[in-house]
Design a binder for this molecule. Structure first.
Ligand code: FES
Length: 108
């Protein structure tokens, strides 16, 4: 199992235990954090936007070109931060145990 720390949109911090290999977007969607994942992980909706904590941002594999482009596109709809990532592009394994993140505002 992988344990992650998630601050929801109301500011409440919750710990979530998920199976190794789970996509972060699926864990957040299934954990009722209001993450829709509308495109199913195709990197084309931006509804899975999260803010990775600064001390974790550099420890994850860097965003690919598709993800970077999508994050830039949603910047008109939601504030971006240094740790802005699409959770559908992050797979959880033991290396991500303890990952700390915040759910970004919903995209209307
Ligand atoms: S689920 Fe659509 S961009 Fe991540």
């Amino acid at each position: 199992m992988v344990v992650i720390k998630v601050r929801d949109r109301s500011g409440t911090l919750r710990e979530l235990k998920v199976e190794r290999g789970t996509l972060l977007m699926e864990a957040l969607r299934d954990g009722d954090f209001g993450v829709e994942g509308t495109c199913g992980g195709a990197c084309s909706c931006g509804t899975c936007h999260v803010y990775i904590a600064p001390d974790w941002a550099a420890r994850l594999a860097p965003a690919g070109e598709d993800e970077k482009a999508m994050v830039e596109a949603i910047g008109e709809l939601a504030p971006l931060r240094e740790g802005s990532r699409l959770s559908c592009q992050i797979r959880l394994d033991t290396a991500q145990d303890g990952l700390d993140l915040e759910i970004a505002p919903a995209i209307e």
